[in-house]
Write a protein that binds this ligand. Structure first.
Ligand code: BGC
Length: 439
């Protein structure tokens, strides 16, 4: 089937390119990140042993990024060394029974492109996507074009957290989102056209990963402004894939080429939040998180039931196959990750029971890594990384995931757990019921 993921459920873990590889001299983050990413987890050189770890969890898929700025350090010039590296990485996945899911852009761009407000970035990425499809398409058939265009646009132009680090430039944020929408559509087409031409017997599935937050009513939001902003944050880009219209704060832009340019939706889910001014400012990084129970080390509110909510809503809106491309928690002491895993996998299962077409779950992350503006503060790994010695240590929750996956794969379904973190769960249940009534 054109663009289908296949019959077996994908259980995976993931790492980013810029975040975990280390040694990325040509990225726009190289000069921007404070602290600099440096060697990070050193995945660039340690990928063989790390893939052994991923395989030891019993998973059958692995998500990783190919760092565009490494492959194409100067416009139109490809690095043979980088290409050989990614050849080895892809082959190492396949030899361990891990189906590769390749992300083309996870925030970091080659520094020569100059960001999403330059039109050349869109065209250059589409050319790059065609080349990736041609070169790796004999072995890779699952692609995420862009990781979280909604976060990339707002963190760069509103929250000041990503390059170029601007604050409150809402219209630039809208333009960056529009540029990414066009770029995604162009990549989708480029990958499909290239497969048809070069690998005609194979059919790729091309998606985009969006960060979806379970926004809950409540808190101070006079006039419902935050509520509608948060709606647009979650669904604006995806709605445009369904109807070719990108709705911004002030105007709607027609983007006909976006219509239908997606085979699956990647969902990155980390938290629920109140759609209130406080919740929105905290989320945008403009206000510090206040510590509270049921929050991660980064202060992100843990809300497993919210995952069921967003999966149900994504299904209701689009009916497309869904892959959970990121779900995880910053928890250096591994105090609540095991519970987090069980509760979120159970929430996913409930959504599936109610019809959502979830076809894979990739835990984020296999390894601790560089967490963008948070530096090395958020530890998301099933494996702890010592960033000085590069030593890895398995956290106890890795074994929880191993057991969850083993149980699911042995019975051919996803497992259940019955109780969960109560932080926002009651509010969420209310909303789930509301969703049902209006659906
Ligand atoms: C990003 C990841 C990041 C994670 C945790 C997500 O928004 O896609 O790159 O590691 O958040 O910070």
């Amino acid at each position: 089937v054109k663009g289908s993921i296949g019959s077996s459920f994908l259980w995976g873990t993931g790492v980013g390119a810029y975040q975990h590889e280390g040694d990325n001299p040509e990225s726009d983050w190289t000069d921007f990140g404070r602290p600099p990413a440096g060697n990070s987890a050193g995945f660039l050189h340690r990928f063989e042993e790390d893939l052994d770890r991923a395989a030891s969890l019993g998973t059958n898929a692995f998500r990783f990024g190919m760092e565009w700025s490494r492959i194409e350090p100067r416009p139109g010039e490809r690095s043979g060394e980088a290409v050989r590296h990614y050849d080895r990485l892809v082959n190492a996945c396949l030899s361990r029974g891990l189906r590769p899911l390749v992300t083309l852009v996870q925030f970091s761009l080659p520094r020569w492109c100059g960001g999403w407000l330059r039109p050349e970035t869109e065209r250059a990425l589409a050319r790059h996507a065609a080349w990736v499809a041609e070169h790796f398409g004999d072995r890779v058939d699952l692609f995420v074009t862009l990781n979280e265009p909604n976060v990339a646009a707002s963190a760069a132009h509103v929250g000041g957290l990503f390059p170029p680090g601007h604050h409150l430039r809402f219209s630039d944020g809208d333009r960056a989102l529009l540029a990414q929408l066009r770029a995604h559509a162009a990549c989708h087409r480029a990958i499909h056209d290239t497969f048809a031409r070069v690998h005609p017997s194979r059919s790729p599935a091309v998606g985009v990963s969006m960060q979806l937050v379970a926004w809950h009513a409540g808190g101070w939001d006079p006039g419902g402004g935050v509520r509608s902003m948060s709606e647009r944050f979650n669904w604006g880009f995806l709605d445009a894939l369904a109807d070719g219209r990108l709705r911004g704060a002030r105007r709607t832009v027609h983007v006909p080429e976006a219509l239908g340019s997606v085979d699956f939706l990647g969902i990155n889910y980390f938290m629920g939040r109140k759609a209130s001014w406080r919740g929105a400012l905290e989320f945008a990084g403009l206000l510090g998180a206040h510590p509270a129970p049921c929050r991660s080390d980064l202060g992100w509110p843990i809300d497993p039931a919210g995952l069921e909510l967003v999966l149900g809503e994504a299904h209701r809106r689009y009916g497309l196959p869904l892959l959970i491309t990121e779900n995880g928690v910053a928890d250096a002491n591994d105090a609540f990750r095991a519970r987090f895993l069980e509760d979120h996998v159970a929430a996913m299962q409930r959504a599936r029971d109610r019809g959502a077409r979830v076809e894979g779950y990739f835990h984020w992350s296999l390894l601790d890594g560089f967490e963008w503006h948070e530096g090395y503060r958020g530890r998301f790994g099933l494996y702890d990384v010592d960033f000085v010695t590069q030593e890895r240590t398995e956290r106890p929750s890795a074994d929880t995931y191993r057991r969850l996956v083993a149980r699911a794969r042995s019975v051919g379904e996803t497992p259940r757990a019955d109780n969960e973190c109560q932080s926002l769960a009651n509010a969420t249940r209310g909303e789930v019921n509301d969703t049902h009534r209006t659906a």
